[in-house]
Design a binder for this molecule. Structure first.
Ligand SMILES: *Cc1c(COP(=O)(O)O)cnc(C)c1O
Length: 466
Protein backbone atom coordinates (compact mmCIF):
# COMPACT_ATOMS: atom_id res chain seq x y z
CA UNK A 1 0.00 0.00 0.00
CA UNK A 2 1.47 3.35 -0.94
CA UNK A 3 0.80 6.27 1.33
CA UNK A 4 1.80 9.47 -0.50
CA UNK A 5 2.43 11.17 2.85
CA UNK A 6 4.89 8.45 3.90
CA UNK A 7 7.78 7.95 1.47
CA UNK A 8 8.85 4.71 3.26
CA UNK A 9 5.63 3.04 2.20
CA UNK A 10 6.96 3.02 -1.36
CA UNK A 11 9.60 0.47 -0.35
CA UNK A 12 8.80 -3.20 -0.95
CA UNK A 13 8.29 -5.58 1.99
CA UNK A 14 10.80 -8.31 2.74
CA UNK A 15 8.13 -10.88 1.87
CA UNK A 16 7.43 -9.37 -1.53
CA UNK A 17 11.14 -9.31 -2.29
CA UNK A 18 11.54 -12.94 -1.22
CA UNK A 19 8.89 -13.84 -3.77
CA UNK A 20 10.98 -12.38 -6.63
CA UNK A 21 12.17 -15.14 -8.97
CA UNK A 22 15.83 -14.05 -8.60
CA UNK A 23 15.63 -14.71 -4.87
CA UNK A 24 14.92 -18.42 -5.27
CA UNK A 25 18.45 -19.13 -6.44
CA UNK A 26 19.93 -16.98 -3.69
CA UNK A 27 17.84 -18.76 -1.04
CA UNK A 28 18.96 -22.15 -2.35
CA UNK A 29 22.58 -21.08 -2.26
CA UNK A 30 22.75 -19.11 0.99
CA UNK A 31 19.63 -20.18 2.93
CA UNK A 32 16.51 -18.27 3.91
CA UNK A 33 17.81 -16.49 6.99
CA UNK A 34 20.95 -15.09 5.33
CA UNK A 35 18.87 -13.74 2.41
CA UNK A 36 16.33 -12.16 4.79
CA UNK A 37 19.11 -10.55 6.82
CA UNK A 38 20.63 -9.18 3.63
CA UNK A 39 17.30 -7.80 2.38
CA UNK A 40 16.70 -6.08 5.73
CA UNK A 41 20.16 -4.54 5.52
CA UNK A 42 19.62 -3.28 1.97
CA UNK A 43 16.12 -1.96 2.84
CA UNK A 44 17.55 -0.09 5.83
CA UNK A 45 20.00 1.61 3.47
CA UNK A 46 17.09 2.65 1.22
CA UNK A 47 15.11 3.99 4.20
CA UNK A 48 18.11 6.06 5.16
CA UNK A 49 18.35 7.44 1.60
CA UNK A 50 14.62 8.26 1.69
CA UNK A 51 14.89 10.02 5.01
CA UNK A 52 17.48 12.34 3.51
CA UNK A 53 15.70 12.79 0.19
CA UNK A 54 11.98 11.85 0.26
CA UNK A 55 11.71 11.97 -3.55
CA UNK A 56 14.34 9.22 -3.89
CA UNK A 57 13.16 6.41 -6.22
CA UNK A 58 14.52 2.96 -5.55
CA UNK A 59 15.20 0.53 -8.38
CA UNK A 60 14.12 -3.08 -7.84
CA UNK A 61 16.73 -4.45 -10.24
CA UNK A 62 19.52 -2.61 -8.43
CA UNK A 63 18.23 -3.72 -5.05
CA UNK A 64 18.37 -7.35 -6.14
CA UNK A 65 21.81 -6.87 -7.68
CA UNK A 66 23.11 -5.23 -4.47
CA UNK A 67 21.72 -8.11 -2.49
CA UNK A 68 23.45 -10.65 -4.72
CA UNK A 69 26.79 -8.83 -4.36
CA UNK A 70 26.34 -8.40 -0.63
CA UNK A 71 25.78 -12.15 -0.13
CA UNK A 72 28.64 -13.10 -2.43
CA UNK A 73 31.02 -10.84 -0.50
CA UNK A 74 29.73 -12.07 2.85
CA UNK A 75 30.20 -15.73 1.94
CA UNK A 76 33.57 -15.31 0.26
CA UNK A 77 36.17 -17.16 2.34
CA UNK A 78 38.78 -15.03 4.03
CA UNK A 79 41.46 -17.65 3.42
CA UNK A 80 41.85 -17.97 -0.34
CA UNK A 81 44.38 -18.96 -3.00
CA UNK A 82 46.73 -16.29 -4.39
CA UNK A 83 49.46 -16.20 -7.01
CA UNK A 84 52.80 -15.95 -5.24
CA UNK A 85 54.94 -13.93 -7.64
CA UNK A 86 57.04 -12.39 -4.89
CA UNK A 87 60.12 -14.38 -5.84
CA UNK A 88 60.25 -16.11 -2.46
CA UNK A 89 59.34 -19.76 -2.96
CA UNK A 90 58.68 -20.76 0.66
CA UNK A 91 56.88 -17.59 1.71
CA UNK A 92 55.68 -17.84 5.31
CA UNK A 93 52.98 -15.18 4.86
CA UNK A 94 51.71 -16.97 1.76
CA UNK A 95 51.48 -20.40 3.36
CA UNK A 96 54.97 -21.88 2.76
CA UNK A 97 55.15 -25.24 0.97
CA UNK A 98 52.48 -26.25 -1.57
CA UNK A 99 51.34 -29.81 -1.05
CA UNK A 100 52.02 -32.47 -3.65
CA UNK A 101 49.01 -33.91 -5.43
CA UNK A 102 49.56 -37.18 -3.54
CA UNK A 103 49.32 -35.31 -0.22
CA UNK A 104 46.17 -33.48 -1.32
CA UNK A 105 44.54 -36.80 -2.22
CA UNK A 106 45.60 -38.35 1.08
CA UNK A 107 44.00 -35.47 3.00
CA UNK A 108 40.81 -35.71 0.93
CA UNK A 109 40.54 -39.41 1.69
CA UNK A 110 40.38 -38.88 5.47
CA UNK A 111 38.50 -35.57 5.49
CA UNK A 112 34.95 -36.84 5.48
CA UNK A 113 35.42 -40.44 6.43
CA UNK A 114 36.34 -42.17 9.69
CA UNK A 115 39.95 -43.34 9.69
CA UNK A 116 42.29 -45.45 11.83
CA UNK A 117 43.91 -42.38 13.42
CA UNK A 118 44.48 -44.03 16.80
CA UNK A 119 43.22 -47.50 16.04
CA UNK A 120 45.38 -50.50 15.32
CA UNK A 121 43.68 -52.42 12.54
CA UNK A 122 45.76 -55.57 13.16
CA UNK A 123 44.94 -55.97 16.83
CA UNK A 124 41.66 -54.02 16.96
CA UNK A 125 43.24 -52.15 19.86
CA UNK A 126 44.21 -48.59 20.58
CA UNK A 127 46.88 -47.18 18.27
CA UNK A 128 49.30 -44.28 18.45
CA UNK A 129 48.74 -41.52 15.88
CA UNK A 130 52.50 -41.03 15.47
CA UNK A 131 52.80 -44.61 14.20
CA UNK A 132 51.46 -43.60 10.79
CA UNK A 133 54.63 -41.69 10.03
CA UNK A 134 57.30 -42.99 12.40
CA UNK A 135 58.27 -45.88 10.12
CA UNK A 136 58.83 -43.59 7.16
CA UNK A 137 60.76 -41.02 9.19
CA UNK A 138 63.01 -43.72 10.62
CA UNK A 139 63.60 -45.15 7.17
CA UNK A 140 64.45 -41.75 5.70
CA UNK A 141 66.58 -40.36 8.54
CA UNK A 142 68.03 -43.46 10.17
CA UNK A 143 66.59 -42.32 13.51
CA UNK A 144 65.77 -44.76 16.29
CA UNK A 145 62.51 -42.99 17.08
CA UNK A 146 60.42 -39.99 16.05
CA UNK A 147 57.39 -37.94 16.97
CA UNK A 148 55.50 -35.05 15.43
CA UNK A 149 53.84 -31.87 16.74
CA UNK A 150 52.19 -28.79 15.27
CA UNK A 151 55.25 -26.94 14.04
CA UNK A 152 58.94 -26.67 14.72
CA UNK A 153 58.41 -23.96 17.34
CA UNK A 154 56.23 -26.45 19.23
CA UNK A 155 58.89 -29.14 18.76
CA UNK A 156 61.57 -26.92 20.32
CA UNK A 157 59.20 -25.94 23.11
CA UNK A 158 58.30 -29.55 23.90
CA UNK A 159 61.95 -30.57 23.82
CA UNK A 160 63.03 -27.82 26.22
CA UNK A 161 60.07 -28.23 28.55
CA UNK A 162 60.55 -31.99 28.77
CA UNK A 163 64.32 -32.17 29.13
CA UNK A 164 65.35 -28.86 30.68
CA UNK A 165 62.63 -27.57 32.99
CA UNK A 166 64.25 -25.54 35.82
CA UNK A 167 67.65 -26.45 34.42
CA UNK A 168 70.18 -24.80 32.12
CA UNK A 169 70.56 -25.13 28.38
CA UNK A 170 73.91 -24.16 26.91
CA UNK A 171 73.67 -22.29 23.59
CA UNK A 172 76.20 -20.26 21.64
CA UNK A 173 75.55 -16.48 21.58
CA UNK A 174 75.84 -16.63 17.80
CA UNK A 175 72.79 -18.90 17.63
CA UNK A 176 70.28 -16.93 19.73
CA UNK A 177 68.15 -16.36 16.70
CA UNK A 178 64.86 -14.71 15.95
CA UNK A 179 62.86 -16.21 13.09
CA UNK A 180 60.12 -14.05 11.59
CA UNK A 181 56.83 -14.15 13.48
CA UNK A 182 58.21 -13.81 17.01
CA UNK A 183 60.02 -17.12 17.35
CA UNK A 184 63.01 -16.23 19.52
CA UNK A 185 65.15 -18.87 21.12
CA UNK A 186 65.53 -16.99 24.46
CA UNK A 187 61.75 -16.40 24.72
CA UNK A 188 60.78 -19.97 23.86
CA UNK A 189 63.36 -21.14 26.35
CA UNK A 190 61.97 -19.11 29.26
CA UNK A 191 58.37 -20.04 28.42
CA UNK A 192 59.39 -23.69 28.39
CA UNK A 193 60.78 -23.23 31.91
CA UNK A 194 64.41 -23.65 30.91
CA UNK A 195 67.27 -21.33 31.74
CA UNK A 196 69.42 -20.08 28.91
CA UNK A 197 73.16 -20.33 29.49
CA UNK A 198 74.79 -18.28 26.72
CA UNK A 199 78.36 -19.05 25.83
CA UNK A 200 80.94 -17.51 23.51
CA UNK A 201 80.45 -14.29 21.60
CA UNK A 202 78.29 -13.34 18.65
CA UNK A 203 80.92 -14.29 16.09
CA UNK A 204 83.07 -16.86 17.90
CA UNK A 205 82.32 -19.74 20.23
CA UNK A 206 84.83 -22.45 21.15
CA UNK A 207 84.53 -25.92 22.63
CA UNK A 208 86.18 -24.60 25.81
CA UNK A 209 83.29 -22.11 26.25
CA UNK A 210 80.79 -24.96 26.32
CA UNK A 211 82.96 -27.14 28.57
CA UNK A 212 83.40 -24.36 31.16
CA UNK A 213 79.65 -23.71 31.29
CA UNK A 214 78.73 -27.27 32.22
CA UNK A 215 77.60 -27.62 35.83
CA UNK A 216 75.20 -29.83 37.83
CA UNK A 217 72.44 -27.46 36.69
CA UNK A 218 73.02 -28.23 33.01
CA UNK A 219 70.28 -30.18 31.24
CA UNK A 220 71.34 -29.96 27.60
CA UNK A 221 73.79 -28.65 25.08
CA UNK A 222 71.85 -27.16 22.18
CA UNK A 223 72.74 -26.08 18.68
CA UNK A 224 70.41 -23.89 16.65
CA UNK A 225 70.70 -23.69 12.87
CA UNK A 226 71.18 -20.04 11.94
CA UNK A 227 68.58 -20.38 9.21
CA UNK A 228 67.92 -16.81 8.18
CA UNK A 229 71.26 -15.08 8.55
CA UNK A 230 74.96 -15.69 8.15
CA UNK A 231 77.91 -14.66 10.28
CA UNK A 232 80.91 -13.95 8.13
CA UNK A 233 84.49 -12.86 8.65
CA UNK A 234 86.36 -13.69 11.87
CA UNK A 235 84.12 -16.51 13.05
CA UNK A 236 84.30 -19.80 14.90
CA UNK A 237 81.71 -22.32 15.90
CA UNK A 238 82.03 -25.83 17.22
CA UNK A 239 81.27 -28.82 15.00
CA UNK A 240 78.38 -31.06 15.98
CA UNK A 241 80.53 -34.11 16.56
CA UNK A 242 82.69 -32.22 19.06
CA UNK A 243 79.65 -30.94 20.94
CA UNK A 244 78.10 -34.41 20.95
CA UNK A 245 81.32 -35.87 22.30
CA UNK A 246 81.55 -33.24 25.06
CA UNK A 247 77.88 -33.70 26.01
CA UNK A 248 78.18 -37.48 26.14
CA UNK A 249 81.33 -37.33 28.31
CA UNK A 250 79.20 -35.46 30.84
CA UNK A 251 76.15 -37.74 30.30
CA UNK A 252 74.16 -34.85 28.81
CA UNK A 253 72.02 -34.95 25.68
CA UNK A 254 73.09 -32.87 22.68
CA UNK A 255 70.14 -31.52 20.71
CA UNK A 256 69.82 -29.49 17.54
CA UNK A 257 67.07 -27.26 16.11
CA UNK A 258 67.69 -27.63 12.39
CA UNK A 259 64.91 -25.33 11.23
CA UNK A 260 64.39 -26.17 7.60
CA UNK A 261 65.52 -29.75 7.63
CA UNK A 262 65.65 -31.08 4.12
CA UNK A 263 65.89 -34.85 3.76
CA UNK A 264 67.98 -34.76 0.59
CA UNK A 265 71.29 -33.33 -0.51
CA UNK A 266 70.10 -30.19 -2.27
CA UNK A 267 73.48 -29.65 -3.91
CA UNK A 268 72.77 -32.56 -6.26
CA UNK A 269 70.00 -30.33 -7.66
CA UNK A 270 72.32 -27.34 -7.96
CA UNK A 271 70.82 -25.75 -4.85
CA UNK A 272 72.74 -24.53 -1.79
CA UNK A 273 73.54 -27.28 0.65
CA UNK A 274 71.43 -27.42 3.81
CA UNK A 275 72.13 -29.72 6.75
CA UNK A 276 69.94 -32.83 6.96
CA UNK A 277 68.60 -34.57 10.09
CA UNK A 278 70.27 -37.81 9.01
CA UNK A 279 73.67 -36.06 8.99
CA UNK A 280 73.02 -34.50 12.39
CA UNK A 281 72.10 -37.89 13.85
CA UNK A 282 75.13 -39.53 12.28
CA UNK A 283 77.33 -36.89 13.94
CA UNK A 284 76.00 -37.93 17.35
CA UNK A 285 73.13 -35.51 17.91
CA UNK A 286 70.63 -37.12 20.28
CA UNK A 287 67.56 -35.19 19.23
CA UNK A 288 66.91 -33.12 16.10
CA UNK A 289 63.89 -30.94 15.33
CA UNK A 290 62.80 -29.55 11.95
CA UNK A 291 59.78 -28.12 10.11
CA UNK A 292 57.37 -30.02 7.89
CA UNK A 293 56.45 -27.10 5.62
CA UNK A 294 59.84 -25.62 4.79
CA UNK A 295 62.23 -27.47 2.46
CA UNK A 296 60.60 -30.80 3.30
CA UNK A 297 57.64 -29.57 1.24
CA UNK A 298 54.85 -30.95 3.39
CA UNK A 299 52.18 -29.64 5.78
CA UNK A 300 52.90 -27.43 8.79
CA UNK A 301 54.42 -29.74 11.38
CA UNK A 302 57.37 -30.06 13.71
CA UNK A 303 59.25 -33.32 13.45
CA UNK A 304 61.50 -34.64 16.20
CA UNK A 305 63.91 -37.51 15.56
CA UNK A 306 66.40 -39.13 17.88
CA UNK A 307 66.97 -41.74 20.53
CA UNK A 308 64.16 -43.94 21.75
CA UNK A 309 64.71 -42.87 25.34
CA UNK A 310 64.46 -39.12 24.64
CA UNK A 311 61.55 -39.39 22.20
CA UNK A 312 59.78 -41.54 24.81
CA UNK A 313 60.18 -38.77 27.37
CA UNK A 314 58.77 -36.18 24.96
CA UNK A 315 55.78 -38.39 24.27
CA UNK A 316 55.02 -38.79 27.96
CA UNK A 317 54.95 -35.02 28.56
CA UNK A 318 51.27 -33.97 28.90
CA UNK A 319 52.10 -31.02 26.64
CA UNK A 320 52.50 -33.45 23.75
CA UNK A 321 48.71 -33.86 23.90
CA UNK A 322 48.27 -30.10 23.60
CA UNK A 323 50.70 -29.87 20.67
CA UNK A 324 49.65 -32.97 18.77
CA UNK A 325 48.80 -32.85 15.06
CA UNK A 326 45.47 -33.83 13.55
CA UNK A 327 44.59 -36.45 10.97
CA UNK A 328 44.82 -33.99 8.08
CA UNK A 329 48.41 -33.13 8.92
CA UNK A 330 49.32 -36.78 9.37
CA UNK A 331 47.72 -37.76 6.06
CA UNK A 332 49.57 -34.99 4.21
CA UNK A 333 52.85 -35.70 5.99
CA UNK A 334 52.74 -39.45 5.36
CA UNK A 335 52.05 -38.90 1.65
CA UNK A 336 54.81 -36.28 1.39
CA UNK A 337 57.39 -38.44 3.14
CA UNK A 338 56.39 -41.36 0.96
CA UNK A 339 57.48 -39.39 -2.13
CA UNK A 340 61.04 -39.41 -0.78
CA UNK A 341 61.12 -43.17 -1.39
CA UNK A 342 61.32 -42.36 -5.12
CA UNK A 343 64.12 -39.79 -5.28
CA UNK A 344 64.24 -39.82 -9.10
CA UNK A 345 60.65 -38.57 -9.23
CA UNK A 346 60.96 -36.05 -6.41
CA UNK A 347 61.79 -32.97 -8.50
CA UNK A 348 58.61 -33.55 -10.47
CA UNK A 349 56.25 -34.69 -7.72
CA UNK A 350 57.21 -32.39 -4.86
CA UNK A 351 56.10 -28.83 -5.72
CA UNK A 352 58.72 -27.18 -3.48
CA UNK A 353 61.58 -28.96 -5.23
CA UNK A 354 59.93 -28.54 -8.64
CA UNK A 355 59.74 -24.76 -8.16
CA UNK A 356 63.22 -24.47 -6.68
CA UNK A 357 64.78 -26.40 -9.57
CA UNK A 358 62.91 -24.61 -12.36
CA UNK A 359 65.44 -23.26 -14.84
CA UNK A 360 65.78 -19.61 -15.76
CA UNK A 361 65.30 -20.61 -19.40
CA UNK A 362 61.94 -22.20 -18.63
CA UNK A 363 60.78 -19.20 -16.60
CA UNK A 364 62.02 -16.80 -19.29
CA UNK A 365 59.99 -18.71 -21.90
CA UNK A 366 56.90 -18.41 -19.73
CA UNK A 367 57.52 -14.68 -19.28
CA UNK A 368 57.72 -14.16 -23.07
CA UNK A 369 54.52 -16.18 -23.58
CA UNK A 370 52.40 -14.14 -21.18
CA UNK A 371 54.02 -10.76 -21.86
CA UNK A 372 51.67 -9.80 -24.77
CA UNK A 373 48.52 -10.52 -22.71
CA UNK A 374 49.75 -8.48 -19.75
CA UNK A 375 50.95 -5.62 -21.97
CA UNK A 376 47.68 -5.39 -23.91
CA UNK A 377 45.68 -5.40 -20.64
CA UNK A 378 47.78 -2.52 -19.31
CA UNK A 379 48.37 -0.59 -22.54
CA UNK A 380 47.03 2.73 -21.22
CA UNK A 381 48.66 2.40 -17.85
CA UNK A 382 52.06 0.75 -17.94
CA UNK A 383 54.98 -0.50 -19.97
CA UNK A 384 55.64 -4.19 -19.42
CA UNK A 385 58.95 -5.92 -20.08
CA UNK A 386 60.78 -9.11 -19.21
CA UNK A 387 63.94 -8.96 -17.11
CA UNK A 388 66.22 -11.46 -15.39
CA UNK A 389 65.98 -11.60 -11.60
CA UNK A 390 66.86 -13.84 -8.68
CA UNK A 391 64.42 -15.75 -6.51
CA UNK A 392 64.89 -16.64 -2.86
CA UNK A 393 64.22 -20.00 -1.25
CA UNK A 394 62.65 -18.39 1.82
CA UNK A 395 61.59 -19.75 5.21
CA UNK A 396 64.87 -19.77 6.97
CA UNK A 397 67.21 -20.50 4.13
CA UNK A 398 69.85 -17.86 3.64
CA UNK A 399 68.10 -14.59 2.77
CA UNK A 400 70.27 -13.87 -0.22
CA UNK A 401 69.13 -13.94 -3.83
CA UNK A 402 70.11 -17.30 -5.13
CA UNK A 403 68.13 -18.75 -7.97
CA UNK A 404 68.36 -17.19 -11.44
CA UNK A 405 64.84 -16.45 -12.63
CA UNK A 406 62.84 -14.11 -14.87
CA UNK A 407 60.22 -11.52 -14.06
CA UNK A 408 57.69 -9.21 -15.64
CA UNK A 409 58.55 -5.60 -14.90
CA UNK A 410 55.45 -3.40 -14.93
CA UNK A 411 56.40 0.28 -14.98
CA UNK A 412 53.57 2.84 -14.72
CA UNK A 413 53.31 5.24 -17.65
CA UNK A 414 53.59 8.99 -17.23
CA UNK A 415 53.71 10.91 -13.97
CA UNK A 416 51.97 9.82 -10.82
CA UNK A 417 54.93 7.88 -9.49
CA UNK A 418 54.27 5.89 -6.33
CA UNK A 419 50.55 6.54 -6.51
CA UNK A 420 50.02 4.90 -9.89
CA UNK A 421 52.37 2.11 -8.88
CA UNK A 422 50.30 1.38 -5.79
CA UNK A 423 47.11 1.53 -7.82
CA UNK A 424 48.47 -1.09 -10.21
CA UNK A 425 49.57 -3.33 -7.35
CA UNK A 426 46.11 -2.97 -5.75
CA UNK A 427 44.38 -3.85 -9.01
CA UNK A 428 46.34 -7.11 -9.24
CA UNK A 429 45.52 -7.90 -5.60
CA UNK A 430 41.80 -7.35 -6.29
CA UNK A 431 41.65 -10.05 -8.98
CA UNK A 432 39.57 -13.19 -8.25
CA UNK A 433 42.89 -14.93 -7.49
CA UNK A 434 44.94 -12.07 -6.05
CA UNK A 435 48.39 -11.65 -7.60
CA UNK A 436 51.12 -10.73 -5.13
CA UNK A 437 54.32 -9.24 -6.54
CA UNK A 438 57.08 -7.00 -5.30
CA UNK A 439 57.53 -3.23 -5.63
CA UNK A 440 61.08 -2.37 -6.54
CA UNK A 441 62.78 0.55 -8.29
CA UNK A 442 59.51 2.24 -9.25
CA UNK A 443 58.04 -0.86 -10.88
CA UNK A 444 55.82 -3.76 -9.97
CA UNK A 445 57.76 -6.99 -10.43
CA UNK A 446 56.32 -10.47 -10.88
CA UNK A 447 58.93 -13.20 -10.49
CA UNK A 448 57.38 -16.03 -12.48
CA UNK A 449 59.24 -18.93 -10.82
CA UNK A 450 56.12 -19.94 -8.87
CA UNK A 451 53.61 -19.42 -11.68
CA UNK A 452 52.52 -22.85 -12.85
CA UNK A 453 48.92 -22.21 -13.91
CA UNK A 454 49.53 -19.66 -16.66
CA UNK A 455 46.11 -20.19 -18.27
CA UNK A 456 44.23 -19.07 -15.15
CA UNK A 457 46.65 -16.18 -14.71
CA UNK A 458 46.07 -14.91 -18.24
CA UNK A 459 42.30 -15.62 -18.22
CA UNK A 460 41.64 -13.51 -15.16
CA UNK A 461 43.48 -10.49 -16.60
CA UNK A 462 40.21 -9.47 -18.24
CA UNK A 463 38.87 -8.72 -14.76
CA UNK A 464 41.76 -6.33 -14.05
CA UNK A 465 40.68 -2.77 -13.25
CA UNK A 466 43.89 -0.75 -13.34
C1 LIG B 1 61.75 -21.91 10.95
C2 LIG B 1 62.51 -22.21 12.18
C3 LIG B 1 61.85 -22.44 13.40
C4 LIG B 1 60.35 -22.34 13.51
O1 LIG B 1 59.74 -23.38 12.80
P1 LIG B 1 58.16 -23.35 12.50
O2 LIG B 1 57.89 -24.63 11.79
O3 LIG B 1 57.89 -22.13 11.70
O4 LIG B 1 57.47 -23.30 13.83
C5 LIG B 1 62.60 -22.72 14.50
N1 LIG B 1 63.94 -22.80 14.44
C6 LIG B 1 64.62 -22.59 13.29
C7 LIG B 1 66.11 -22.69 13.29
C8 LIG B 1 63.92 -22.29 12.11
O5 LIG B 1 64.59 -22.08 10.97
Amino acid sequence: MTDPANPFSRLPSVDSLLAQPEMIGLKQRYGHSAVVACLRFELAKLREALSIQPSFEYDLGKLIQDCRQHLAAQFKPSLQPVFNLTGTVLHTNLGRALLAEEAVQAVLAVLASPCNLEYDLASAGRGDRDDHIVGLIRELTGAEAATVVNNNAAAVFLLLNTLAMRKEVIVSRGELIEIGGAFRIPDIMSRAGAKLREVGTTNRTHLKDYAEAISPRTALIMKVHRSNYAIEGFTASVAEEKLAELAHEKALPFVEDLGSGTLIDLSTYGLPKEPTPQQALALGTDLVSFSGDKLLGGPQAGILVGSKALIGKLKRNPLKRALRVDKLTLAALEATLSLYRSPELLARQLPTLRLLTRTQEDIQGLAQRILPAVQSTLNDHAVVSVAPCRSQIGSGSLPVDLLPSACLVIAPKGKGGGKSLNRLANAFRELPIPVIGRLEDGALRFDLRCLEDETTFVDQLKALNP
